[in-house]
Ligand binder design. Sequence first.
Ligand code: NAD
Length: 293
Amino acid sequence: MAVIGFIGLGNMGGPMAANLVKAGHQVVGYDLVPAAVEAAGAAGVTIGDSPAAIAAAAEVVITMLPGGKHVLSVYGDIAPVARPGTLLIDCSTIDVDSARKAHALATGTGAASLDAPVSGGVGGAAAGTLTFMAGGEADAFERARPILEAMGKKIVHCGGAGAGQAAKICNNMILGISMIGVCEAFVLAEKLGLSHQALFDVSSTSSGQCWSLTSYCPVPGPVPASPANRDYQPGFAAALMLKDLKLAQEAAQSAGAPTPLGAAAAQLYALMNAQGDGGTDFSGIIRMLRGEG
Ligand code: NAD
């Protein structure tokens, strides 16, 4: 079992680190927030003095931080002191350019590096059922696989540096656009006097079929487990959808890819957030499309 450093013990990182402890690893963690440190300590994580002190002692260092600037700042501290061959795995959702800079910082000092963002949310982090989308060299991926398997159920190697982040934002751009499309169809159906169940029964077995409809239906009834049945409690908060859509737009601009529907989806989720509904599930955008306050 490995000595694993874990930096960023928040809503996702805390339970992920706890699952590594459960799998028998020695986990040394760090966070800026005392409550996060305390909760991780209670789950069996040893608390380190600083990211640099952790990196100097660990074989593997995992980061789970809010954004690209946090990851680059921490990598600036840990990459120079990591022992040669230390594996750095960043599981945060960040922009592709920052992910590639983090890889360069790591490999420039002789460390191995992987970007491995996740989907599955806080529930998946606690249950150890996350999906990991990894970018980096094949040997770094093979070293990381058994560690990621302690926190997730599906681990996909997507390609070289940044490919994990690219897969994550492309997938979530599909999700944001498709959710808005499904919501618009239900709002139109309401105006036309068509019942929710009738639209669901037709579209879930027709060419309009998609995950936003069949697994996460934005109206109550047809899919009992969807957040629509519990007043749009997340689930996946609209603020996090907005973050991922903004990352997709940054990447599209940087790469010169035309994404007009991705841009429209980002604007609609920005509006939902500006209306104070960022903490609501992203499928709750149907209420905004209906003109509900
Ligand atoms: P969070 O805010 O709960 O946790 C982030 C933690 O990082 C905080 O505890 C913060 O104190 C800590 N931190 C920030 N700067 C630090 C530093 N320099 N050193 C040490 N610790 C530092 O956020 P979260 O929900 O755990 O999300 C983490 C990442 O996972 C984000 O990139 C997010 O987009 C991604 N993500 C979140 C979800 C979700 O459902 N919450 C789902 C998929 C992906």
